[in-house]
Design a protein around this ligand. Structure first.
Ligand code: ADP
Ligand code: MG
Length: 462
């Protein structure tokens, strides 16, 4: 891998000691109505050091935005502390800006006024802020659009305004939360390379960039260092330097190796990650926490069947990355389906490939009624929540149990919102498998054939 040895920046530009931002054992939890609390981020150490673009990758809901908010001083950790040049961040004068996915421009202000707004807030004199804003608009390619309003602009141009507004204050650290994910593919690609160019040419005085993304390729394209977050609770699964020279070639061996490695980490949430490819990887941090309920991936049985058929069609094994590509799926859309296939014992993930198991093959080859039966067996065997619901229904003489009962159990472990989503998925799976039915008016689970059985029993006793 020749690319891997050519570095455009020093490998370890600085140590944690001269970090701009340093987080020490920060945690975040949210209070729950049931008095228990949900841990979103478990104790995490993380430093943002000068000279690097740091990408924070992770599935949605893993706490990336929560982490960004704590590191940028927008929110306070529930435990632990964040330091800005060694001083507690709440007492320091910090210089950061944030670019959000949703542009977050003031619709009633012109482009120029939007860019001037943060300078005005910092008390910069009118003439100076005008000059700096015009220059910044020029830099991001918005010359000529100063008087336009946000609604007159395309998404890509609005995000350029977002960048101009963030950069005009010359932040020491630029934070970005999925800044390209609302844009079409070409626009996103364009903006990414322009951002890199600004960074490489040192046109911006910014010393470090912290990028939140769920897009693996984006992270590998841009970042000097990548941290992968796992979820429930959010914690660092792997943290390594990317040793590829810029500009990076998506087709190069080293690039695809790294993408594969990250896929592997993301698709095996419970396994200890291997070392990242490359000579100087930092050892991964291991998660020790075991959860009682598995996190049900939000995938439909039809989607799982579809994926299994596709994998079978490809000879029983294919690269997850290529599968996503073939389906024109984002990783966030494909991974839950792969997760679900794994959970049910239909798929295994090996070296970044999805590999169908004998059970998966039987499922994919069966007709619909048999598929339901197989799914039912796999679900009862592998999914605690579904097994519990079914047991409770069998045990009760009226064969019905309120949803609330299981929501309370889930609430101990997941946020309220996630508990609801877990329940929705469980209902979808249980209905498909004919494990139970759900009376949505009364919010109760019922045995699908409870009525028939009652009637049969009545008949017999007569
Ligand atoms: P990501 O950015 O990786 O998608 P977030 O940081 O937005 O993840 O959220 C992580 C988890 O924290 C999610 O499960 C979310 O539901 C939960 N969460 C975020 N904000 C709150 C809040 N204010 N109250 C309760 N739960 C929250
Ligand atoms: Mg987010």
């Amino acid at each position: 891998m020749p690319e891997a040895t050519v570095l455009n920046r020093p490998l370890y530009p600085s140590s944690a000691a001269d970090a701009i931002i340093r987080a020490e054992k920060i945690e975040k939890y949210y209070a729950q109505p049931s008095q228990s609390r949900i841990q979103v981020i478990s104790a995490t150490d993380l430093s943002i050091v000068p000279g690097e673009i740091l990408a924070l990758l992770g599935p949605s809901g893993s706490g990336k935005s929560t982490m960004l908010r704590m590191l940028s001083g927008l929110s306070t950790p529930s435990a632990g502390q964040v330091f800005w040049h060694g001083r507690p961040i709440s007492q320091a004068e910090i210089n950061v800006s944030i670019v959000f996915q949703s542009f977050a421009l003031f619709p009633w202000l012109t482009v120029l006024d939007n860019v001037e707004a943060p300078l005005q807030a910092r008390g910069v004199a009118p003439a100076v802020r005008r000059e700096r804003s015009l220059k910044m608009l020029d830099t991001v390619g918005l010359d000529g659009f100063e008087a336009a309003y946000p609604k007159e602009l395309s998404g890509g141009m609005r995000q350029r305004v977002g960048f101009a507004r963030a950069l005009v204050v010359e932040p020491e650290v630029l934070f970005m939360d999925e800044p390209f994910s609302a844009l079409d593919v070409l626009t996103a690609e364009n903006l990414r390379s322009e951002l890199l160019e600004l960074w490489a040419k040192k046109t911006m005085p910014t010393k470090a960039v912290f990028l939140v993304t769920h897009n693996i390729e984006e992270a590998v394209l841009l970042a000097d260092r990548i941290i992968v977050l796992g979820r429930n609770p959010g914690r660092i699964r792997t943290d390594f330097q990317v040793q590829l020279a810029q500009p990076r070639d998506r087709k190069s061996e080293a690039f695809t190796q790294l993408v594969d490695y990250i896929y592997k980490v993301l698709t095996r949430p419970d396994a200890e990650p291997d070392q990242a490819p490359g000579p100087q990887s930092i050892p991964a941090v291991r998660d020790q926490r075991q959860m009682r309920y598995q996190m049900l991936p939000h995938a439909r049985p039809g989607g799982i069947a579809g994926l299994l058929e596709l994998v079978l069609d490809k000879g029983g094994r294919d690269d997850i990355y290529r599968l996503a590509d073939d389906l024109a799926f984002e990783i966030d859309d494909l991974l839950p389906i792969v997760d679900a296939g794994q959970l049910l014992g239909y798929l295994k993930v090996e070296e970044g490939d999805a590999v169908i198991t004998p059970n998966g093959e039987e499922f994919a080859n069966s007709e619909i009624l048999r598929q339901k039966e197989l799914f039912r067996n796999a679900a009862v065997e592998n999914v605690l929540l579904l097994r519990q619901i079914r047991r409770a229904l069998d045990a009760k003489s009226d064969h019905t149990v309120p949803e609330e009962f299981f929501l309370d159990l889930l609430d101990e472990q997941f946020s309220e919102e996630e508990s609801q989503r877990q329940m929705e998925t469980a209902i979808t799976w249980g209905r498909y498998a004919e494990l139970f039915d759900f009376d949505s008016a009364r919010r109760r689970f019922v045995l699908p054939d409870a009525l028939d059985e009652d009637m049969a029993a009545d008949q017999e006793s007569k």
